[in-house]
Design a protein around this ligand. Structure first.
Ligand SMILES: *[C@@H]1O[C@H](CO)[C@@H](O)[C@H](O)[C@H]1NC(C)=O
Ligand SMILES: *[C@@H]1O[C@H](CO)[C@@H](O)[C@H](O)[C@H]1NC(C)=O
Ligand SMILES: *[C@@H]1O[C@H](CO)[C@@H](O)[C@H](O)[C@H]1NC(C)=O
Ligand SMILES: *[C@@H]1O[C@H](CO)[C@@H](O)[C@H](O)[C@H]1NC(C)=O
Length: 381
């Protein structure tokens, strides 16, 4: 009898431990997904230019407010084609824009071509940092060969130099720190001595808005997909399934605001959706609330969209089909260690993204459409 009881007690303990383990795992995932206060920030790898390699002496000269010479070789190809090619050459009405450092590598980029560009007949633009002349790897990077437009921006060591271009001068350097009393606030991270990466990721958005204006892309393209180079797309992402009335972001990674890693936006809203930092540099007192405490980029992005009536009504979510990935060498420059190797040489960064994309990719097309329709309030929940 007592032997049976002991066995029962043992089994009970095993069950309890297994359950507790599951609960802990769930909590961990939930925390990774939603926790806002203890977010970590990502510093993009920086390449330090010596003056000999780069003639952008932004630092040494306060008079240098003019735009530095951005390389735009493949852009010229396109300008030419505008006049030389028949009008119906430009059937592609979607532009996919990859912003930031080139990471994760060929496997991820092939998934972009197959599951995003080809599915949507999209053109590709890449805005990334220049590499030292000695680095020849550029020529073998398929992403840059595939892109119709490429801009290589200077590799700023202090992104305050980049913000000078955005603000049209250096006056903000006096004005903003007066209000920026919590240096842990991530909004201008990467500039001056602020932690985080907000200055970097939002500066790229500003740079893109300038190109959209300059090249009149609002009339050439109907829709824009704003993404980063280290997304791995597990299955086809057909943006025609997403109502253009809304701006679409994938589910998850909200960090108390709205994810800043992927956006599908109609031409009518693209400039507003990308206009995040310029008003802060002009009028920091208006945003002092956000500069006096630890605020992450997701939170600030949601606030700026709210200010422009894009959030929450114009923001919608689709089932996530992509995850941020890392290659082995990315671990050298990342605050986050390599996750799990899910394909040869492809590691997860936030494992939860991989699980949710796997789930979404197993849905039938109809199930995905139903999900999206519910999100658009077209169907009852
Ligand atoms: C800046 O660099 C470009 C390309 O490397 C070169 O053509 C140009 O002459 C340089 N300008 C100056 C002022 O050194
Ligand atoms: C249109 O998009 C497809 C798929 O990305 C691409 O292969 C093709 O070259 C593009 N066409 C033009 C004219 O850019
Ligand atoms: C950051 O820089 C400002 C002036 O630019 C200075 O007043 C402040 O003490 C610095 N903070 C830290 C934490 O280094
Ligand atoms: C999308 O943008 C185009 C171009 O600006 C506009 O004509 C169209 O009405 C917009 N569609 C929606 C649903 O907002």
């Amino acid at each position: 009898m007592s032997k049976r009881f002991r066995r029962k007690a043992f089994l009970f303990r095993v069950c309890f431990l297994v359950l507790a383990g599951q609960v802990l795992l769930l909590c961990h995932r939930w925390a990774e997904e939603e926790q806002q206060e203890h977010y970590s920030v990502e510093i993009l790898p920086r390449i330090h230019f010596t003056p000999a390699e780069s003639n952008l002496s932004l630092k040494s000269s306060s008079a240098l407010i003019t735009e530095p010479s951005f390389s735009s070789g493949s852009q010229r190809r396109d300008e030419l084609s505008d006049t030389l090619w028949p009008a119906d050459t430009f059937r592609n009405r979607t532009l996919v824009v990859v912003l930031g450092s080139l990471r994760c590598g060929e496997a991820a980029w092939k998934s972009l071509y197959r599951n995003v560009l080809d599915v949507n007949n999209a053109d590709l633009a890449v805005i990334t940092q220049a590499k030292p002349k000695s680095d020849n790897s550029r020529h073998t990077v398929s992403l840059l060969q595939r892109a119709k437009y490429v801009w290589e921006v200077p590799s700023f060591t202090d992104w305050a130099d980049a913000l000078d271009l955005m603000a049209g001068g250096r006056a903000w350097r006096e004005r903003v720190p007066e209000y920026y009393t919590d240096h842990e606030s991530g909004i201008l991270g990467g500039a001056l001595n602020y932690s985080g990466s907000g200055a970097i990721i939002f500066w790229y958005r500003w740079f893109l808005t300038e190109r959209i204006r300059e090249l009149n892309w609002k009339s050439r393209y109907d829709r824009f997909v704003i993404t980063r180079s280290d997304h791995f797309y597990l299955c086809p992402h057909d943006i025609n399934e997403l109502d253009p009335y809304f701006m679409w972001v994938p589910q998850g990674q909200t960090w108390g605001g709205v994810t800043d890693r992927y956006l599908v936006v109609n031409a009518s809203n693209v400039l507003e959706a990308l206009n995040i930092l310029p008003p802060l540099l002009k009028n920091p007192s208006r945003y002092s609330n956000y500069l006096q405490r630890k605020v992450n980029t997701e939170h600030f992005l949601a606030m700026r969209w709210r200010e422009q009536s894009l959030f929450p009504d114009k923001r919608n979510k689709f089932p996530r089909t992509m995850f941020v990935c890392m290659a082995r060498e990315d671990a050298l420059t990342s605050w986050k260690p390599l996750g799990i190797e899910v394909f040869p040489g492809v590691f997860t960064k936030y494992h939860i993204e991989f699980s949710t994309s796997q789930q979404a990719c197993r849905m039938s097309r109809q199930e995905r459409l139903d999900f999206i329709a519910r999100k658009s309030n077209l169907l009852p929940t």
